[in-house]
Every structure is written in C-alpha cells, then in structure tokens.
Design a protein around this ligand. Structure first.
Ligand SMILES: [Zn+2]
Length: 235
C-alpha cells in the first residue's frame, strides 16, 4: 500500500492494477479549476482572487497555499464528476500535481510550506488511488451523491447471489494448484468487469439504488480477490 504518504511517488508504477487502463472513453475536462477562489495568502497577505493555472501557489510571492478543504477528488484530479474517468489522463494529472507539491521539492522552503506540501501530496495520492479503481471510484461517487454503504452491513442481497459467493469461497478454500487458483482469478476478474460495465450504466442513468447494489456485489468480489492474492503467495 502507499499508506497515503507523499514518499510513495516512485513506487506507484509497480502497483498499477491490471485491467484499469484504456477501458474508458475520454471524459475528463479542464473546467474544474474555473471559478475557484482562494483566501488571502498566508505568507504575504496578498489577495486570493482568481487563482492562477495551478491554484496551489500565491500569484504574488509564489508561496505554497494550504489545500482547499472544499475541493473533491474529481475537481482536484481535473476530471468531470462521472464514473467514466480516463485513467491515462488521471495518471498524467497525478504526475503533474506531484511535480508541483511533492515534499521533495520543498526541502529548502519554510516549515509551513513543508507541512502544506505533505498535506497536498497525501491528498493527491488519495484522490488518485480512489479514482483509479472502479470500486473505490464508485463508492466515492455514490458518497458525493449522499449515498453511503457502511462497511460490514449487508445490503439486502438476493439469496442467489449470496449462494454464488458462498460457493466460490468454498471452492477457493479447497483449491490447491496454481492453475485452479488462476482460474478463480480470471472468473472473478470477468465478474468485476461485467459489474463495472453495469455500474457505469447505473451512474449514467442516475440510478443510485442500482449503483449501491452493484457496488455491494463488487465489494464481495473484491474480498474474494484479496483471498486469491493471499493464496498466491508461495508458502
Ligand atoms: Zn503570497
């Protein structure tokens, strides 16, 4: 895991989850910075006013400003608030932001700016990670629409689905060979891809109840994926 820490930047590339790239059409827009306003500069007291290209630095003294607590992940990552994000653009934005705010670039600056850069960098990591994976992106988007699925509560799932999950879990527990475990992995991946497509449609139709149901199912499969990963670690 990245642990939400800024120092994780160089390690990101090895952790790219499979199947997340290139599946989605271009939907990001550059509109999210427009209309933002920032308070006075903490360093020079200069007016906030319309912010410059990046919105992170004072236009007058170039001091790094604190993160804007009202800004959501989609806005930060310069994406339209939609389930369909372009992961290549997301990655590009992530790199762009880390080049601006990563603590490595603030070694010679004031403690205040060091602290702000840590906060910015953690936020950028968090936003990137959340929007990259379909499950966390869906849960986050649902939350922005005021719908939450608390961890551990079983959304009223149909019995057939619960039986299916139980069946997979039982068979997975018995699976010994690498080939058998690999087969489970591809079955679960196909399920997740199908659910992701359905989720995309549900969000397009603003059907948040449907999205909630699909995300709950995805969470079940995500738990199975974790178990598969554990089984793949050689003893
Ligand atoms: Zn300033």
């Amino acid at each position: 895991m990245w642990g939400g820490r800024a120092g994780a930047l160089p390690r990101v590339w090895g952790l790219w989850p499979p199947g997340v790239l290139g599946r989605r059409p271009l939907r990001c827009s550059a509109a999210s910075l427009a209309g933002s306003s920032s308070p006075q500069c903490w360093n020079c007291g200069g007016p906030g006013g319309p912010i410059r290209e990046d919105g992170f630095f004072c236009p007058q003294c170039r001091a790094l400003q604190p993160p804007d607590p009202t800004r959501d992940h989609f806005s930060l990552m310069d994406c339209k608030r939609s389930f369909n994000v372009d992961t290549a653009k997301l990655q590009h934005r992530y790199q762009q932001l880390q080049r601006l705010v990563h603590p490595d670039f603030f070694g010679q600056r004031s403690q205040t700016e060091k602290d702000f850069s840590e906060k910015h960098s953690t936020l950028v990591n968090d936003a990137y990670k959340t929007l990259l994976a379909p499950l966390s992106r869906g849960l986050y988007l649902l939350k922005l629409h005021g719908v939450e699925i608390p961890e551990g509560t079983d959304y009223k799932m149909d019995n057939q689905f619960l039986m299916e999950i139980m069946d997979i879990n039982e068979k997975l527990a018995e699976a010994q060979s690498e080939a058998a475990i690999n087969e489970f992995e591809s079955i679960v991946r196909a399920k997740q891809e199908e659910l992701t497509d359905n989720l995309s449609r549900a969000f397009e139709q603003d059907d948040f109840e449907k999205a909630k149901e699909i995300l709950t199912k995805m969470r079940y499969f995500s738990n199975i994926e974790e178990k598969i990963k554990l089984k793949m670690i050689p003893l």
